[in-house]
Design a protein around this ligand. Sequence first.
Ligand SMILES: Cc1cc2nc3c(=O)[nH]c(=O)nc-3n(C[C@H](O)[C@H](O)[C@H](O)COP(=O)(O)O)c2cc1C
Length: 301
Amino acid sequence: MDLSVKIGKMTLQNPILTASGTFGYGPEFRDFLDLDRIGGFCTKGISIEPRGGNPAPRIVETASGMLNSIGLENCGSKAFLEKVMPQIRNVKSAIIVNFYAGTEEDFIKLAEILSTDKRIDALEMNLSCPNVKKGGSAFGSNPELIERLTKAVKNVTDKTLIVKLSPNVTDITATAAAAESGGADSVSLINTLIGTAIDREKRTFILGNKIGGLSGPAIKPVALKMVWQTAKAVKIPVIGIGGISNLEDVLDFLIVGAKAVQIGAWNFINPSIAAECADGLEKYLRQRGETLNELTGSIKE
Ligand SMILES: Cc1cc2nc3c(=O)[nH]c(=O)nc-3n(C[C@H](O)[C@H](O)[C@H](O)COP(=O)(O)O)c2cc1C
């Protein structure tokens, strides 16, 4: 059965991806699932230089979700290309490298650096991290900046470019439209919603960074609504993210118009979930005698 999806120049063998920051760099999950069975995976956000991230504690469990303030800890672009890529370059699924910088110049420089590796299928530009002081959400809430930066990055890369959007804005369709007019091949949404948690005995914040990003099943209704609205507002493919924990959630995002989905926090609960959803989607469509194309965007308004 054909479950393939085209996003820019990249062809995914199926629409199930894993979300950045919840799947390591890929190899860490090899004991739990066959990387060749999923559509692809997004790496932890890569910066030019290595980053240590935020002070601990960096994770708190919440009702039906979690808050994180990792602060984009990563090995840096050099170690990623030299040490990590050799471990994953033979997988059949798509390798999507999520990347982050604190300035426009560094976003462009980093896109150039990552574009030197032919095996990387796509770059996912994180304009939406709530856990870092420089860049992050500041970029992600300004449509003019998004359009300019997308255009500049497109100019230096021939990779499929996905712009990852923040839900912490008044109107996500405006930021999606800005990415589209800047030349993005796709937008992915949503990143985490900003929140906090306190220790009422100590009267302190639990997270070392005080605030963090909320993810997991708690955010699914918010994400689903934003993906539905965005899929109607732009012509480029929308990748749906937010609170997906089973096949039913995957179906919901596809029905409202997502061309592919990413599974995030649930990888921590069930590290095989992405492969299970890929198998489950095929079975579901086969049983119904429906194609992926017929399912996608089939919501009745
Ligand atoms: C621990 C953790 C780390 C994350 N790191 C990144 C990151 O480096 N870059 C990024 O774009 N998103 C990052 N995210 C956001 C996820 O990719 C995803 O957009 C978000 O968690 C919502 O999906 P979910 O509810 O399925 O987790 C991170 C999320 C978590 C939970």
